[in-house]
Design a protein around this ligand. Structure first.
Ligand code: CO
Length: 222
């Protein structure tokens, strides 16, 4: 077997070695570290981000294990029939009672870029269709931006803003607001070119800003 192939097959081993070192570092800082974490989690934040390997939720926000509940998918989408996203959201809001949900997109997002193009990418085109719908909703603004990179950056931002709205359209979020739960939804964009997180200033706290067709009546008190 060529040396290169052996090396590639063993590349995963460094992850296990890193883990041993990490455990030791944590235990050196606090011998009770894992014992405390094992008792439960009370994260204040739910992060909905892109799967992109360059946007690690904990690392870019300086949060530690236990501080952030995380859901990631391609292009940080909130798709209303995605059972995975809905389950994460319901658990985070109803059980963990997170105070902030952050949808975080990123400039240079391959998913958003692919959705902007007319190329076929296979099965993923069905996922990217959700982003194409965002383009259509904002086509007047986007088509008016001549510079392709500027249009791409704006599309990333608009995609985040639409996902923020889509969170507000769920009964999970609307019921939490109706029962007076302190729940804020934020839209952020991370710049992989400089590491900076940008708050788009679209904090959402009530369903009142949505078109009335999305506003559910409150459930009767049980
Ligand atoms: Co991405």
């Amino acid at each position: 077997m060529p040396d290169k192939q052996i090396k590639m097959e063993k590349s995963y081993q460094k992850l296990l070695d890193n883990n041993k070192n990490w455990v030791q570092t944590k235990l050196n800082q606090n011998p009770e570290y894992f014992k405390i974490l094992a008792q439960g989690q009370t994260p204040e934040y739910l992060w909905i981000g892109c799967s992109d390997s360059r946007v690690p939720a904990n690392e870019v926000t300086g949060t530690n294990p236990g501080e952030m509940f995380v859901h990631r998918n391609i292009a940080n989408l909130v798709v209303h029939n995605d059972l995975n996203l809905l389950s994460v959201l319901a658990y985070a809001v109803d059980v963990l009672k997170v105070k902030h949900v952050i949808v975080c997109g990123h400039y240079g997002c391959g998913g958003v870029q692919a959705a902007m193009s007319n190329k076929q990418y296979g099965l993923i085109d069905n996922w990217l269709r959700n982003i194409k719908d965002v383009y259509r909703t904002h086509s007047t603004e986007l088509d008016a931006i001549e510079d392709e990179n500027s249009r791409f950056r704006r599309f990333v931002e608009l995609n985040v803003m639409e996902q923020v709205k889509d969170l507000g359209k769920t009964t999970i979020v609307q019921n939490a607001w109706a029962r007076g739960q302190n729940l804020h939804i934020h839209g952020w964009v991370y710049d992989i070119a400089d590491g900076i997180l940008h708050d788009l200033g679209v904090t959402f706290r009530s369903a009142g800003d949505l078109h009335r067709v999305y506003q559910f009546e409150s459930l009767p008190a049980s």
